[in-house]
Design a protein. Structure first.
Length: 315
């Protein structure tokens, strides 16, 4: 093969490899802030692998401003290129990771019309269109709708909308399966990864590696971020020492170790998530929780979704 032929092949390879763009889209009260912090902590290590984690304020502003300028029109290729150039600030990247819970919906609109994030499809579609030429991936964490509603009430944000929703909603209609189906209908070809916020203390390192597209043995910083509020400081120190001396060989071994330390050193108040919602008695909360578990079972069985479950309950 001549030098010219080699150059042509290299150019073809470069033009056919699309940059991977991963958007984590929420939901609220399900660890998006933790993901943003995890991306910041691992930014140097990711950059060494040509994975960029831009500052949140930068990409959120750039995306919002472009959507406002487009005003519903699709972007042209030059606008998509300019957007990524602005976000990357001159850096090269084979992958870009960004996160914002408001991409799924503004918090004030997260609960209305008897639905969880009823407008998620129309919210995400224009954002996804900004990265049409990229290898786009989406991820989202779910949590018990009863706990979600409690978090929303306790937050004091969108107080009027929350109170009105809780007075009028039929709790049996709060199904994540409907939310996810709306998202899949809007973007059927975009890979989607889901997990439960309740499982995050067990699977946090897997979550971060999956988002970054890293192998299972890749080193990460902040691997205990999802445990710090749940376990006593002494227990966390002992856990770190134990894992350093007894590295788990499988995800299941890692999770069993975490469960054992949570059982011994877990903070009772942090592990308990009481619900005190107007008009919702124990029977209603049990029903909502049962529906949540049914939705997780259904969604995790779908072929068009990657669902991260604890290895200790898979299969």
């Amino acid at each position: 093969m001549t030098e010219t032929d080699q150059t042509t092949d290299q150019t073809t390879d470069q033009t056919t490899v699309r940059r991977r763009v991963h958007l984590h889209i929420g939901v609220h009260f399900a660890g998006t802030t933790r993901i943003v912090e995890g991306l910041r902590q691992n930014s140097q290590g990711f950059a060494e692998r040509d994975i960029r984690t831009p500052p949140a304020h930068l990409y959120r502003r750039a995306i919002t401003e472009l959507l406002e300028r487009l005003d519903g029109l699709p972007p042209i290729e030059a606008e998509e290129i300019a957007l990524l150039d602005e976000i990357l600030q001159g850096n090269t990247a084979k992958a870009v990771i960004m996160a914002d819970a408001n991409w799924a919906s503004p918090l004030a609109s997260a609960l209305h019309a008897d639905r969880l994030y009823p407008d998620i499809g129309t919210q995400i579609a224009p954002i996804a269109e900004l990265f049409e030429s990229s290898d786009l991936r989406l991820s989202m964490a779910l949590r018990n709708p009863a706990v979600f509603a409690q978090n929303l009430q306790d937050s004091g944000k969108a107080r009027g909308a929350t109170s009105a929703f809780l007075r009028s909603v039929q709790p049996e209609n709060l199904r994540w399966r409907d939310t996810v189906e709306a998202l899949r209908s809007a973007l059927p070809k975009v890979p989607l990864m889901l997990w439960c916020e309740e499982d995050t203390p067990l699977i946090w390192p897997r979550v971060m590696r999956q988002i970054a597209g890293l192998p299972n043995d890749a080193k990460l910083r902040g691997t205990f971020a999802a445990l710090r509020d749940l376990i006593q400081p002494e227990g966390l120190k002992r856990l770190q020492v134990f894992l350093a001396g007894h590295p788990p060989e499988t995800d299941a071994q890692y999770e069993r170790t975490i469960l054992a330390f949570l059982d011994k050193y877990g903070k009772e108040d942090a592990l308990d998530e009481p619900c005190d919602l107007p008009g919702w008695d124990a029977g209603v909360i049990d029903m909502v929780t049962q529906h949540y578990e049914e939705d997780i079972a259904d969604l995790s069985a779908r072929d068009d979704i990657t669902f991260l479950l604890p290895a200790t309950i898979e299969g």
